[in-house]
Design a protein around this ligand. Structure first.
Ligand SMILES: Cc1cc2nc3c(=O)[nH]c(=O)nc-3n(C[C@H](O)[C@H](O)[C@H](O)COP(=O)(O)O)c2cc1C
Length: 233
């Protein structure tokens, strides 16, 4: 038989056989390839799903700013008083989702979110453009605001409250402004306990593999080893 998935010449990506013991090598490769090959501005976007205290789910996009294969961790940054942060406070279980249509790849991660160490958040915050730094101070993310004008007013007030020298902005040197990280803004590390890698297959016979591990209890360090399984499409 020839054609579609019967055709050996069909150039569909396949997951390695046997599967690697740890999914993070392949996940990191996919992430780096997305950076190089995907034409989207926000090639590192991922869906973040959380649940509230009543078990109601909600999701939104965030940017994946780091993947740490050694720890099995993905990192994003946000406001620690936002709706997502309130959800994570009550229930640190969350799910992440990435999709690169051009590469025919999807990544699903389930795990536990914890706040990043302060120094790590400081280092990342320092790399942000000055507008984003001021915005992080000004925005009570997820809280209501009556109008855009009111938000712009709030930003102007924030500039005054932070004691920023506006002439630096006017003179075209806003990068010289020293703006510290707000204590209510920083990173979350999602420690993966499950990872699924999916690649597009001919005739919708996609390739899927799921890895699971047991995360350490509080106070323990090492996570258990990964168990892998191939899944039907
Ligand atoms: C492409 C894209 C990337 C985004 N990245 C982030 C991000 O890294 N951090 C963040 O707090 N919000 C980010 N947002 C905004 C969130 O989707 C969301 O509106 C915001 O975090 C408030 O969510 P919450 O009210 O559920 O907490 C992004 C939105 C889009 C569309």
């Amino acid at each position: 038989m020839t054609g579609g998935f019967f055709d050996e010449a069909f150039d569909a990506e396949q997951l390695p056989d046997p599967l690697p013991n740890n999914p993070f090598g392949l996940l990191t490769e996919w992430f780096n390839e997305a950076r190089e090959r995907v034409s989207l501005l926000n090639w590192n976007t991922m869906g973040l799903a959380t649940v509230d205290a009543d078990g109601r789910p909600s999701s939104r996009m965030v940017l994946c700013k780091d993947i740490r294969p050694d720890e099995g961790v993905l990192v994003f940054y946000t406001n620690y008083r936002s709706r997502k942060a309130r959800d994570l406070e009550m229930n640190p279980r969350c799910a992440l989702l990435m999709h690169w249509d051009e590469l025919g790849r999807q990544v699903r991660v389930e795990g536990l979110a914890e706040k990043s160490p302060e120094e790590e958040s400081d280092r990342y915050f320092a790399t942000r453009p000055w507008e984003s730094k001021i915005g992080a101070w000004a925005s009570e993310q997820s809280a209501p605001i009556e109008s855009r004008d009111a938000m712009i007013e709030k930003i102007a007030e924030t500039v005054t409250q932070l004691g920023l020298d506006l002439s630096m902005i006017m003179d075209g040197h806003p990068e010289d402004l020293e703006i510290p990280r707000p204590p209510f803004w920083g990173g979350y590390r999602v420690r993966a306990e499950a990872v699924e890698l999916w690649c597009n297959g001919a005739g919708r016979v996609h390739e899927r593999a799921r890895w699971e591990r047991t995360l350490p209890e509080a106070g323990q360090h090492a996570a258990g080893g990964w168990q892998s399984t191939r899944l039907q499409p």
